[in-house]
Write a protein that binds this ligand. Sequence first.
Ligand SMILES: [Zn+2]
Length: 119
Amino acid sequence: MLGDLFTKPKKRKYATIPSDGSKPDVPEGIMTKCPSCKKIMYSKELQKNLKVCSYCGYHHSLGAQERIAYLVDEGSFSELDGNLTTANPLGFEDYMDRIVKDKKKNGLERSYFDWNRND
Ligand SMILES: [Zn+2]
């Protein structure tokens, strides 16, 4: 019990900032750099602040799923017509290929329920 109070603190790993001007050694996803004020902050702190920079008030971009999660109470959102997709009634060339590519890029191919499923 008392021995727990006097144990050696665990070595913490800090990000290193090289002096040669190259990119700092910051693990991806842990820290976020504000594009407006250029300050670096913890991603979790930024999420707690609803993706608003606590230094300058810049609003970082939100994905659709994030926006829904911030707006509604947990479990209260029900998506309507989540399986609807676009069509190409005017016959634009390569339109459907671009739609498929964009869906993969933004992750909106899945519905809200797929995002929040824990399996
Ligand atoms: Zn900022």
